[in-house]
Design a protein around this ligand. Sequence first.
Ligand code: B1M
Length: 209
Amino acid sequence: MSKIEEVKANVEKGKAKIVPGLIQEALDEGNAAEIILQAMIDSMGVVGDRFSAGDIFVPEMLMAAKAMSKGVEVLKPHLVSDNTSSLGTCVIGTVEGDLHDIGKNLVKMMLESAGFKMVDLGVDVSASKFIDAVKENENVTLVACSGLLTTTMTAMRSTIQALKDSGLSGFKVIVGGAPVTAEYAAEIGADGFAPDAGSAAVKAQELVK
Ligand code: B1M
């Protein structure tokens, strides 16, 4: 079994203590962080399928998420570049009712690399918290909303509506997350959509330039 396969298998099993070491070994072997990250994202897909099939339950899903997050911490220095250019401030969060943050954290890393100063509001973020953050931070050029549950896609819509109703301006809104599509993003009035963290950075740069 290759080191990357070992990483993938242990993220799936939720082995948070050994995943960071395995990733370090995989990096020492010269494997690209991107491939390892891809293996880890794939492992979350496997975990989700097992959950859907009733083979595992929320605690196992939580353990796998913890293993993934610990692994991402090791990868972060290899993924985030020292980009000194400033594209302004990006306020990011997972929308109200939704506790998933792994994808949001990856998007945050990529946007930081692209040149944004990041303000992370965390998970379960209400529309009013997004609005307050736009008001309280200087030079907010982008608001980034993540959502993983079909049931919280409506919170994305109401967040965008509330931002428009607030009369605040000078920023664009980008949305994403597994159930979100380009069509849905356009329908709810988002300025941009990206299917993954890498393309989120590209789209975000386009939106604010
Ligand atoms: Co949850 N969960 N979960 N979960 N969970 C899913 C999403 C699910 C698909 C699993 C399944 O049933 N197969 C399902 C949703 C079904 C649906 O809505 N149709 C589900 C469910 C049902 C639930 C609960 C309701 C379970 C329950 O309690 N009965 C519950 C809800 C809690 C809540 O939020 N209120 C729940 C809870 C949890 C845990 C807490 C246990 C844990 C999350 C821990 C954490 O995030 N810290 C968890 C996990 C781990 C998952 C799966 C297995 C993995 C999610 C993940 O991190 N993926 C997930 C199954 C799956 O995804 N296949 C599942 C990896 C991550 C890198 O991908 O987040 O998609 P993702 O991000 C991608 C892109 O989407 C994109 O870029 C990222 C990387 O390239 N992206 C953006 C994300 N945000 C973006 C923003 C952008 C642009 C791109 O612009 C701003």
